[in-house]
Design a protein around this ligand. Structure first.
Ligand code: GDP
Ligand code: IMO
Ligand code: MG
Length: 424
């Protein structure tokens, strides 16, 4: 059984949760490789909707091990609440492990995220305010005595670390942002209150990852999307980790030669939450229609998502950056009612046409998207389950997506539910 990476090919919210849940059925383990509680992955089974922020989207399969690997960052408050919410709905979470090496999102990281966003003023990124930037910053800055999951094992040690961290964080908050200092006891109490639930899941996960690789199979679940990657996204309007498929190796310790498949998840149109360039954005009634039909409101923050036509230039670029072996196309049903569909197949920059994104994505602000028109199918797809039931126009649309990506189709999703999926 192979190791398969599930990666977002756009700006996040492509439907990675749904595709991961499907692949998890036949895998021994699902591993989240980066990001933290900024993610919001939705899985719908038998009419029940589960929104997951930290816990891998394989959790509904009791026999599949779910791992948060070293490349992720964990907010223990969020993790406790997520486990509790799942348990209330009958999902036991006994199959959940969190790496000892994952860094911890502390309450002061969340506060700093908000203060930094405020200070950015008009140039704010529109972060999820989940403390992502400040936590990864401490990690890469090698902040002495930065807190990792292993440090939650011993409460007196944790109390000392919090005191150390706050000496520095409070100085920054007060002097740079005029914010009142946080009380170390309050911070300790907030985190300590999660430990009964969180601690049993903290583990050395390397052995389990090796076992899943040796047999049973591994799904490596990305969060966010290619163009939110710190190096390959629309910097600085990005997240602070590596959602791209290469990040799966960094985040989990699985070597590049051990990855067999990379499934790039792509919506049949484009959405983006937060600030930054978006060449195919529709600020009109068609965009509003996509938002309503596609229920495009953030899973984590509830913000309306910006909507636009499919960007084939971005798709080609994402397929290359991720070494995609196939694409999983989601939300095709959202296009059901449109007479004519448009796909951007090139960018015009300084009078010249380009079929790949420029390496300097600052230039996205100057591009004019060149569109190709395709006929719509004007028929509901949501009850279709077989490839040859797809109307010719829908086939032509997904075939064009595959052509632009330069790889075959893995599956086409025609509704949020697990069963609304057509395997190619
Ligand atoms: P993720 O972050 O990539 O896992 O995606 P999200 O869960 O944030 O957003 C995808 C949304 O679309 C969720 O509400 C899903 O339930 C929903 N969804 C997924 N696939 C489909 C589909 O094929 N059709 C429709 N209509 N909704 C879908
Ligand atoms: P999933 O995994 C969509 C966006 C934020 C903001 C930028 C930086 O559900 O696809 P951050 O809080 O990470 O510092 O915010 O990234 N963003 C997402 N957009 N889906 C996500 O996750 C996102 N996670 C972060 O809106 O623009
Ligand atoms: Mg999401």
């Amino acid at each position: 059984m192979p190791a398969t990476v599930v990666v977002g090919a756009q700006w996040g919210d492509e439907g990675k949760g749904k595709i991961t849940d499907i692949l998890a059925e036949s895998a021994a383990a699902v591993v989240r490789y980066q990001g933290g509680s900024n993610a919001g992955h939705t899985v719908v089974v038998n009419g029940e909707e589960f929104k997951l922020h930290l816990i891998p989207s394989g959790i509904l399969h009791e026999d599949t091990l779910c791992i948060m690997a070293a490349g992720t960052i964990i907010d223990p408050v969020c993790l406790r609440d997520e486990i509790a919410g799942l348990r209330e709905r009958g999902v036991r979470c006994d199959n959940l492990r969190v790496s000892v090496n994952a860094h911890v999102i502390m309450p002061y990281h969340r506060v700093l995220d908000g203060l930094q966003e405020e200070a950015r003023g008009k140039s704010s990124i529109g972060t999820t305010l989940r403390g992502i930037g400040p936590t990864y910053t401490d990690k890469t800055a090698r902040m002495p005595r930065s807190i990792r999951m292993a440090d939650l094992q011993d409460e007196s040690h944790l109390r000392e670390l919090i005191q150390d961290q706050l000496a520095q964080k409070n100085a920054v908050m007060e002097q740079l942002f005029g914010h009142e200092p946080l009380d170390p006891d309050d911070v300790f109490d907030e985190v300590a209150a999660t430990l009964d639930v969180v601690r049993p899941h903290i583990a050395d996960v390397r052995g389990a990852i090796r076992e899943a690789l040796a047999g049973g199979g591994l799904v490596l679940e990305g969060a966010q999307g290619t163009f939110l990657d710190l190096d390959y996204g629309t910097y600085p309007y990005v997240t602070s980790s590596h959602p791209v498929a290469g990040g799966a190796c960094l985040g989990t310790g699985v070597g590049p030669t051990e990855i067999d498949e990379v499934v790039a998840v792509v919506k049949a149109y484009t959405t983006r939450v937060g600030s930054g360039a978006f060449p195919t954005e529709l600020q009109d009634e068609i965009g509003d229609g996509l938002r309503e039909r596609g229920a495009e409101y953030g899973t984590t923050t509830g913000r309306p998502r910006r909507c636009g036509w499919l960007d084939g230039v971005a798709l080609r670029t994402a397929a290359e950056i991720n070494g995609a072996t196939s694409i999983a196309i989601t939300k095709l049903d959202v296009l059901d009612e449109l007479d004519t569909l448009r796909i951007a197949t090139a960018y015009r920059i300084d009078g010249e046409e380009h079929t790949r994104m420029p390496e300097n994505l600052d230039r996205l602000a100057e591009v004019t998207a060149v569109f190709e028109e395709l006929p719509g199918w004007r028929k509901s797809l949501s009850e279709l389950r077989a490839w040859d039931e797809l109307p010719d126009e829908a086939r032509a649309y997904v075939d064009r997506m595959s052509e632009l990506a330069g790889c075959p189709i893995h599956c086409v999703s025609v509704g949020p539910s697990r069963r609304q999926t057509i395997m190619a």
